[in-house]
Ligand binder design. Structure first.
Ligand code: NAD
Length: 281
């Protein structure tokens, strides 16, 4: 068993990105800019936003966090997004999810200019992803791909199983794996016999949010296991995979924490810099 170490790889990626931002500044006078919209006061979201801003700072990306109270009208948030769409110094715009219950994320996500959609959640970019075109792929699944590829995992031809089918994790993950030549099963809450699917997988990617959902009897000997899930239990961060029991059966596995999480932020920075390079100045 070997660890897919996202902490180490993300540090290397950030170092490379820092050089890229330096180069962009010197050659084209561009400082990549990211705007984060935070609606309401969810503690976990506030923490994620702080982490994103800190990471931006580390690699030379300018970031601005726009905090908005929960009771604002939808139109006020839309007006803010439109203002950011027109700001030439902002290359990326993201809306921190989840949003308060009364706001439909899709109504806001569709307002983000497609060339600034660094989270890759706009249906236009989602469609491009599913048709295999260049786009902004959502950061968590993109981070998983980088983690696999950087460790020399050959995806073409693998039987992959993605557990979880949300728009931010499972579905784009399945699309990226399909684009890379895997045969992909997508499982979700209504899947009748989860183990029947997971046991066939050479590559098992789990993004559900239920600690210990995946036990050792659900995993094929020698499988590659990627755990995206995050749960807080008794003050500890846990993934969806029962790591201690599952790990000995695997060829590669991500730890939680220190696996996919740090890669997500690194890919957000990468997408923002990718957008900045396309600035028309
Ligand atoms: P979500 O609640 O939107 O989606 C969960 C998915 O899991 C759904 O498709 C649902 O059908 C499926 N599901 C629920 N119970 C299931 C079960 N028993 N068997 C099979 N499928 C089941 O959640 P999300 O936003 O996609 O996030 C999933 C997890 O990934 C969460 O723990 C979240 O914290 C984590 N996450 C981690 C990162 C990271 O950077 N590591 C980023 C985003 C999300």
């Amino acid at each position: 068993m070997r660890l897919l170490d996202g902490k180490k790889l993300s540090a290397q990626i950030k170092e490379d990105l820092r050089k890229e931002t330096q180069n962009l500044k010197e050659t084209r006078g561009i400082i990549p800019g990211l705007a984060v919209i935070l609606v309401g006061s969810d503690a976990a979201s506030e923490l994620y936003v702080q982490m994103k801003a800190k990471a931006c700072d580390e690699v030379g990306v300018y970031s601005v966090v726009h905090k908005m109270p929960e009771n604002l009208k939808l139109q006020d948030i839309i007006d803010t997004i439109k203002m950011m769409n027109g700001n030439p110094f902002l290359d990326g715009i993201l809306i921190q999810l989840p949003l308060p219950k009364h706001i439909y994320a899709s109504e806001l996500l569709e307002q983000i200019a497609i060339e600034k959609d660094v989270d890759g959640f706009h249906p236009h970019n989602f469609g491009r992803l599913f048709t295999g075109l260049d786009t902004f792929a959502p950061c968590t699944p993109l981070g998983v791909m980088r983690l696999l590829e950087s460790n020399g995992v050959e995806i073409k031809g693998l039987n992959a199983c993605v557990v979880g089918a949300s728009n931010i994790v499972g579905r784009p993950m399945a699309a990226l794996l399909l684009n890379a030549g895997a045969t992909v099963d997508i499982c979700h809450i209504f899947t009748r016999d989860l183990a029947e699917h997971t046991k066939r997988a050479d590559l098992l990617v789990v993004g559900v949010g239920k600690a210990d959902l995946i036990s050792e009897d659900m995993v094929k000997e020698g499988a590659i296991v990627v755990d995206i899930g995050i749960s807080r239990i008794d003050g500890k961060t846990r993934g969806d995979v029962a790591f201690d029991k599952v790990a000995p059966k695997t060829s590669w596995i991500t730890p939680v924490p220190g696996g996919v999480g740090p890669m997500t932020i690194a890919m957000l920075l990468a997408n923002t810099i990718k957008a900045a390079k396309k600035r028309k100045i």
